[in-house]
Design a binder for this molecule. Structure first.
Ligand code: NAP
Ligand code: ZN
Length: 347
């Protein structure tokens, strides 16, 4: 077994603290890479607090993982020692169901294995995430990372990047479309970058007036403060798409009224409590309420390659792992500019 250092929570009520654990030896198809940087996703916070129920403890969070390959199994073809590598939210799946066969492993019919707070395909062994010094992953779930980009700023692409890239691609959002990005945090700021790159007119809908300057710098064309009734009225019936990245409870009926006929509200944020949507919010204007979950492995590699080609990375604030609690506090308050990334050398 490989002795590993990390940060874990022991239950939903205690704080993250140093924790040593073991990872499996490198198998024939495995890649081991030492983790240099790990992004901090709001999903980490939801899961350590057991917001969604069913959390598995002890939990080592982290699914925006990048680093350098230190060992490869005898059958590994895609990677060699010294390569840069990344892993996102998935580390395995059944590989045989129709969704896996189509490269949509996130929708594995038999249950994909998440990078942490999950069980391996043996349905017994817990998985531990990227707030740690090293990781062992099957080569099919390891991604190539360009050495042209700032590695720390690439880490958030593995979740915040693919989670916003994938729905924009799926619903073919681009030229001629008016896209609203609801919530300017980790996911939201990547949605702005991709929306702009794909040619849409992008509006940020935010509860934080102070983020306007940043939103425009990120390339957004408009900024609307959602707490300001007058500003909100000015975009009534305006958008073709809303990409909803909000992590806390909010009223969907209000935002659905901002869509034009046949408009689509795409949920990617996962607040702890269910939404209440009135049928009237959908039927008048034939609106769609849809959702999207991260992205499959082929599309994640496509997104990383697209980012390398177009020079797209996340806006990050690097932190020492000892300051993770302060980062979570700021995240809870919506004060993220726009992704915390842990420098794993501080572990
Ligand atoms: P984040 O960085 O904390 O950003 C969330 C943003 O939502 C905040 O910055 C804030 O933006 C806005 N917000 C917060 N509270 C709000 C409220 N009460 N009303 C309206 N807006 C509010 O979080 P993240 O890492 O981007 O993650 C966002 C959500 O996506 C989380 O629920 C996470 O679990 C989920 N997620 C889903 C997937 C998926 O596959 N679907 C993948 C990753 C994450 P403003 O200050 O601009 O209002
Ligand atoms: Zn995430």
């Amino acid at each position: 077994m490989i002795q590993t250092k990390g940060y874990a929570v022991q239950d939903a009520k205690t704080d993250l603290a140093p924790w040593n654990f073991e990872r499996r030896e490198v198998g024939p198809h495995d890649v081991q890479f030492d983790i240099q940087f790990c992004g901090v996703c709001h999903s980490d916070l939801h899961q350590i607090k057991d917001d969604w129920g069913g959390s598995i403890f002890p939990m080592v969070p982290g699914h925006e993982i990048v680093g350098k390959v230190v060992k490869v199994g005898s059958h590994v073809k895609k990677f060699k020692v010294g390569d840069l590598a990344g892993t996102g939210c998935l580390v395995d799946s059944c590989r045989t169901c129709e969704n896996c066969q189509e490269g949509l492993e996130q929708f594995c019919v038999n249950g994909s294995t998440a990078t942490y707070n999950s069980l391996e395909q043996d349905h017994k062994t817990p998985t531990y995430g990227g707030y740690s010094n090293t990781i062992v992953v099957h080569e099919d779930f390891v991604l190539h990372v360009s050495d042209k980009l700032n590695l720390a700023a690439v880490a958030p692409l593995l979740c915040a990047g693919i989670t916003t890239y994938s729905p924009l691609k799926h619903w073919k959002v681009g030229k001629g479309h008016k896209l609203a990005v609801l919530g300017l945090g980790g996911l939201g700021h990547m949605a702005v970058k991709f929306g702009v790159a794909f040619g849409a007119e992008v509006t940020v809908l935010s509860t934080s007036p102070k983020k306007e300057v940043d939103a425009l710098k990120l390339g957004a064309h408009k900024f609307v403060v959602t707490k300001d009734a007058e500003q909100l009225k000015s975009v009534n019936g305006y958008f073709d798409f809303i990409l909803d990245t909000v992590s806390a409870p909010h009223d969907l009926n209000l935002y659905l009224s901002l869509l034009r006929r046949d408009g689509v509200h795409i949920c990617v944020g996962v607040p702890p409590t269910p939404y209440e949507v009135h049928a009237f919010s959908l039927i008048g204007g034939r609106k769609s309420l849809v959702g999207s979950l991260i992205g499959g492995l082929p599309e994640t590699q496509e997104m990383l390659d697209y980012c390398a080609e177009h020079g797209i990375v996340s806006e990050i604030e690097m932190i020492d792992i000892k300051n993770i609690h302060e980062a979570y506090d700021r995240m809870t308050k919506g004060d993220v500019r726009y992704r915390f990334v842990i420098d794993m050398a501080t572990l």
